[in-house]
Structures are given as C-alpha cells and as structure tokens.
Write a protein that binds this ligand. Structure first.
Ligand code: GLP
Length: 243
C-alpha cells in the first residue's frame, strides 16, 4: 500500500484528481470506479475544471459506481445516481450511457445484484477504483461484519452509517436502511485502488485500514492485500497512525 500524506482536503483532492487524470490520459477508454460522499467532491471539481479548461477527455470512459441506496429513485436528490450526475457526469464530456450504478428501485434485489456483477465483468472490471471511507471503516457500503462479501449484495446499513449520512437528509428517519453495494471481492478485483480520506472523524478508520489486522470488522483493511492500492490521507485522518 502506497501512502501519500498531505496537509489538507485541497491537497488531497488535487493529488487524487491528478492520478485519475493520468489514468484517463494513459487509457482513454478506461473503466473508472467512482465513489460518492463529501470526500470526492473536491476531486471531481478538479476533473470538471480540467475537462472544461484543458480538454481532459472523458468521451470514451466508462464508469461503475460502488453503491446505491435501496428505494431511492434516480431523481431523488440523495440518490447516488443524482449525486454523480450533479457533481460529475453532467459537467464532463462522458457519455451518460456508459455510466453505471446499481438500480435502487429494482423490484428483484437478487437479480439486480447479479446484473450489476455481470455488467462489471463484461466491462473487464475497473481500471481504477476511487474510494472514500466511512467512519467505521466501511468502503462502498461494505459495513463491518463477520465476513467479507464477494460480489454485489444488499446490505443493511449500521446505525453509525445512518447517523453519519443523516446530515444530508431532512431527518434521520429518511435515510434508507438498505443499500446495494459492490462487495469487497469486486473492489479488490479493480486493477488499481485509490482511497482518499480527510479529517479527524476518519482517523480510527485509517488506523484500521493501515495498521490493524485484516478483518471484516474493518472492511477497508482488506486493501492491505491489494497489489496496487494508493491511499491519500491528510494529517488529521493520519493522526492515530503517526501518533
Ligand atoms: C457513504 C458511501 C461511501 C463513502 C462514505 C463516506 O457511506 N457509501 O462510499 O466513502 O459515505 O462519506 P464521506 O466522504 O461523506 O465521509
């Protein structure tokens, strides 16, 4: 695992965007794995700027997203489909037909998980998967559990995740209790992984990711076994590792 420690959010966002930019320039028809949450917003803002001002070209890029809330339609302002469209897809020259997320409104959850796994496989997997991290060490929506999941599945969100994500909803009761998420196996099969984290609230999770045992109790810890994983982390999020 390669660790890049930075001073703050802006530096983290710039470095992460540079790595994604390099991926797109090296392989214009690459498959990018995208993440949601507040952490990648600055990274996406840099990519938007470069696309608009420097001609960074996403026209051949395909994308797969990590996860989606179960029960939220694409046009709900807290759905991840809406988030991606608003913060990235509508602002760059990606072909929206080449952007994929699990369908939160599917009728048959098992069939949807199967469909999403097959889709990712048919694209050849992600060349670069961007990840944030939850305060409890979750990646995508792989919550702390007794075992790692392989493919896409429907997960019951933990209280701590519901609490953390409730800031974005009108009230806590509005946060969906379930989500579809790529499993840890799918995340691990990405050719490259780039995890970004900033702020004190992530310090415990970063400690688990870097210095803890590999355990489904801290889902991000599985990344210790990934052959090409880069973590960009600011001083605050790194504080429990560096002491
Ligand atoms: C959600 C997403 C994760 C994200 C996490 C952290 O639970 N499913 O992919 O990493 O939130 O979000 P934030 O970046 O807002 O701290």
């Amino acid at each position: 695992m390669r660790v890049i420690q930075v001073k703050n959010y802006d530096e983290m966002s710039l470095k992460a965007a540079h790595i994604i930019r390099a991926q797109v320039e090296l392989k214009p028809d690459c498959v990018l794995g995208f993440a949601t949450g507040s952490t990648p917003l600055g990274t996406y803002a840099n990519l938007v700027k470069w696309c608009k001002e420097d001609g960074l070209d996403f026209s051949q890029v395909k994308s797969v997203n990590l996860d989606e809330y179960k029960g939220l339609p694409k046009d709900h302002d807290q759905s991840y489909a809406y988030f991606m469209d608003k913060n990235l897809f509508s602002q760059i020259n990606i072909d929206k037909a080449n952007t994929y997320l699990p369908d939160g409104m599917c009728v048959d959850g098992d069939a949807e998980c199967k469909r999403y796994d097959e889709l990712i496989k048919s694209l050849g997997g992600a060349d670069l998967q961007l990840l944030g991290i939850g305060n409890n060490g979750h990646i995508g929506f792989n919550e702390p559990a007794d075992c790692f999941q392989n493919g896409t599945y429907c997960v019951e969100l933990t209280e701590s995740t519901i609490e953390a994500n409730s800031r974005l909803f009108e009230k806590k009761e509005d946060v969906p209790r379930f989500a579809f998420s790529m499993g840890s196996g799918t995340i691990m099969s990405a050719k490259r992984v780039l995890l970004i984290a900033n702020g004190k609230a992530k310090a415990e999770a970063i400690k688990g990711l870097m210095a803890g045992p590999i355990t489904p109790g801290c889902p991000a810890s599985i990344l210790q076994m990934h052959p090409d994983c880069t973590v960009i982390v600011d001083d605050e999020a790194m504080s429990l590792v560096t002491g």
